[in-house]
Write a protein that binds this ligand. Structure first.
Ligand code: COA
Length: 142
């Protein structure tokens, strides 16, 4: 298995991301081609690929600078149901951590709902700690 960064979006990637995203949340509309092109050109979309070329999972690494410093964020971590429990999620997350470290971030953050038990175990195993900070969200009216 290897982890690679995607630099160009095409319809094949659109279909792949839609398939993986559906395993993360049912409530989201998958990105269209131009939206995915924006993701790959402004963020780091990582794919895990099996030795036979099959895509096993994805993770998006975001790097951003605010006045208080450089921060990293991990988003949209999904491993295909058929490939779970083989270390793919760990390999993707470790690559995000490596990139964050190389960039010199103050911190690398992510969120995970408590019911996502495998994910919470994974992040804790890799050294992430739960912050006491309350996470707030506001949704604009559709
Ligand atoms: C969370 C998720 C990304 C983890 O991906 P994964 O590839 O299964 O993760 P890993 O294989 O690295 O680790 C999962 C388990 O497999 C075990 N494992 C790791 N390498 C292994 C290997 N080579 N052989 C067997 N088991 C292995 C790990 O020890 C771990 O066990 P645990 O859950 O009992 O602690 C995946 O379950 C998923 O996509 N879930 C749905 C979406 C989701 O919740 N995403 C996270 C959003 S925050």
């Amino acid at each position: 298995m290897n982890i690679e960064q995607v630099h160009r979006a095409d319809e094949e990637l659109v279909a792949l991301v839609a398939r993986l995203l559906a395993q993360l949340t049912e409530a989201r509309t998958p990105p269209r081609l131009e939206q995915l092109q924006e993701v790959v050109s402004t963020q780091t979309l990582l794919l895990a690929r099996d030795d036979d070329g099959t895509i096993l999972g994805m993770l998006t690494f975001v790097l951003y600078r605010v006045s208080s410093g450089l921060k990293g964020r991990i988003e949209d971590v999904v491993v295909d149901e058929s490939a779970r429990g083989r270390g793919v999620g760990e390999a993707l997350t470790r690559e995000g951590m490596r990139r964050a470290n190389d960039a010199g971030v103050l911190m690398l953050e992510l969120t995970s709902m408590p019911y996502r038990q495998a994910a919470n175990r994974l992040y804790k195993r890799l050294g992430f700690v739960r912050k006491p900070t309350n996470v707030y969200v506001w949704w604009p009216r559709p």
